[in-house]
Design a protein. Structure first.
Length: 202
């Protein structure tokens, strides 16, 4: 069975994340949403694991639960490389499709994409795994894509990465940041005073 694997920090989960999950649920029989763990021990300290979990459930938990599984097992653990998750899913009988943003495949035609250079076993994954690219219309050329792609590129109409949201909060642009979030997530961030400038600039 095909399974779409969507792994991000979801810090915070944005309107774009929700759009992607809904679209994947229309296209695949099973979708695995896997919030990634920490790259290092001091990362993500501005938000507790419990707060991350609650925001993810608020933003994504009601999207077609028959097809979408939210796996929170890594939320307070060190980062699990995609190559390890991919191997685990294949070993369990699934046919994984790795969902990546177009920025991860830029320069893939010359062997210099983030997947090839920064991911564990990235060059092997690039050649062997199946990917589907989500684009925010940033001009990623077709020749950048991995050799095994599952269907057309998903053109997300919302430019709302978690990094962009955190940058908006860090710059004091609260209204702009909240525009990129669903109302319930924006309210949660306000209520718990998350992503404060002092936390994000530390």
């Amino acid at each position: 069975m095909k399974i779409a694997v969507f792994s991000r920090s979801f810090l915070p989960p944005t309107r774009a994340h929700a759009w992607v999950v809904r679209k994947l649920a229309e296209l695949y029989p099973k979708v695995l949403v896997r919030p990634r763990g920490r790259y290092r021990d001091d990362e993500l300290t501005c938000v507790t694991p419990a707060q991350r979990e609650e925001m993810i459930r608020l933003a994504l938990g009601s999207i077609d639960p028959r097809r979408v599984t939210i796996d929170l097992s890594d939320i307070d653990r060190p980062f699990m490389p995609m190559s390890d998750l991919y191997a685990s899913l294949v070993g369990s009988g699934f046919d994984p499709v790795i969902i990546v943003g177009s920025g991860y495949v830029l320069n893939g035609d010359v062997g210099s994409s983030d997947i090839q250079n920064k991911w564990k076993d990235g060059r092997r994954l690039w050649e062997e795994a199946c990917f589907r690219v989500v684009s925010r219309m940033d001009g990623c050329a077709v020749e950048n894509y991995p050799p095994n792609t599952d269907g057309f590129v998903l053109e997300c109409p919302i430019d709302a990465s978690a990094t962009r949201v955190r940058e908006k909060y860090a710059d004091g642009e609260t209204a702009e940041a909240e525009h990129l979030l669903s109302p319930n997530i924006a309210a949660y961030v306000r209520r718990h005073n998350l992503f404060r400038q002092a936390d994000l600039s530390a």
